[in-house]
Design a protein around this ligand. Structure first.
Ligand code: ATP
Ligand code: FE
Length: 356
């Protein structure tokens, strides 16, 4: 099976081709990502209309490149998979329209993929992870613990009740005048900072369960920044590094402790498959990876994280998720709709038999 995948749910336009032969491991034949950081830089965040227009202009270019890099044509594809949600609706519509055009023009089956399923199934693409496994999905828009039981079967154990960590990193960068996306810039600053200088909160650690909260952390950071500015008229390099280090340490502590609880809950149900996989853009963070790795070692659980380029948004994960769904008999038609919201623990209508 050879699947073309398209991704356009946020600010990366992407196309990729993934192939699986028989029971062999799936192989990424090409993966093209065109970022839009330059287009949104002046606005301090992603502007949905600008993103949607850029996707509409660039999807075609990405598809051509992905085909050229793989040395294949549309005639070699078995299906086209596209992110049908959740995400910024204009961008998702751009992708779905493009995929429908390709499907109609080349006579290919169409498969709508949940973007989060793309992230959540990535450990199968990169590490051949077998079901079930415990998943921490931690990105710009999401943060949740899931038990991945099948390609379209996820159980949510808990997650953020407000901001996602990626969003918190991005807001922190904005508050400190660091470049977007905030994750990498805050991580770089934190490296030289003192994490103990500011006592930032660890929200919800006092409550049982796997739910998390990150919005209070941003407020605490804002207060600390404003206090420094009021006191000295500005921030020094050291102040900035210490604020970043303190913020990142708080995020790590929350993710690590909540992972400990999620692992305990998972092991209680499924002791025979001790695996925690992490995915999503924030999984690129080295301090977070190290924290998760150590809690896994402590609890006798295997840990895996995809390479960075497959942690952030890409179309290989969409082509791969589409491949897994297609192999299970999943197919959409021209009525496939873009969905701004699409919780992962809701099974897709197609596999439940009928309906949209
Ligand atoms: P979602 O997948 O939930 O729809 P998204 O697609 O915007 O959201 P991703 O592309 O998976 O999210 O990840 C982007 C986020 O990851 C951004 O918020 C970015 O700041 C964050 N991020 C990237 N690198 C790092 C890092 N090194 N440390 C922390 N956060 C990071
Ligand atoms: Fe994403």
């Amino acid at each position: 099976l050879t699947i073309l995948g398209l991704e356009s749910s946020c600010d990366d336009t992407a196309a990729a081709i993934v192939r699986r032969t028989g029971d062999d491991a799936p192989e990424i034949l090409s993966s093209v990502v065109m970022g839009q950081n330059d287009l949104h830089a002046d606005f301090g965040g992603v502007v949905p209309e600008i993103a949607a227009r850029a996707h509409a202009e660039r999807l075609d270019i990405c598809v051509r490149r992905a085909l050229a890099e793989a040395g294949l044509s549309l005639a070699d594809m078995d299906a086209v998979a596209v992110t049908a949600g959740p995400g910024l609706i204009g961008g998702v519509i751009s992708g779905v329209m493009c995929a429908k055009g390709i499907a109609a023009g080349a006579g290919l089956p169409l498969i709508g993929v949940n973007h989060l399923a793309g992230h959540a199934l990535t450990p199968r693409l990169t590490d051949g992870a077998g079901f079930p496994y415990l998943m921490l999905l931690v990105s710009g828009g999401h943060c949740q613990f899931l038990i991945a039981r099948g390609v379209d079967d996820f159980t949510r154990l808990g997650g953020t009740i407000d901001d996602a960590p990626g969003e918190a990193f991005d807001k922190t960068a904005r508050l400190l005048g660091l470049p977007q996306p905030g994750g990498p810039s805050v991580e770089a600053e934190a490296r030289s900072g003192d994490p103990a200088r500011f006592a930032f909160p660890r929200p919800l650690l006092d409550r049982p369960g796997c739910d998390m909260s990150f919005s209070g952390l941003k407020t605490a950071l804002l207060r600390a920044r404003d206090a420094l500015v009021a006191e000295k008229g500005g921030l020094t390099r050291t102040d900035r590094a210490d604020l970043c280090a303190g913020f990142q340490a708080a995020v790590v502590d929350v993710l690590v402790e909540k992972s400990r609880r999620a692992i305990a809950a998972y092991l209680e149900e499924i002791p025979a498959h001790p695996l925690l996989a992490v995915a999503g853009g924030v999984a690129a963070n080295k301090a977070i990876r190290a924290g998760l790795e150590s809690v896994c070692t402590e609890m006798g659980v295997q840990f895996t994280a995809p390479p960075l380029r497959l942690c952030t948004d890409n179309a290989a994960m969409i082509a791969h998720a589409g491949l897994e769904l297609f192999a299970k008999g999943r197919k959409d038609d021209m009525t496939l709709a873009a969905r701004p919201r699409w919780p992962l623990d809701q099974r897709s209508p197609a596999l439940l038999g009928g309906g949209k």
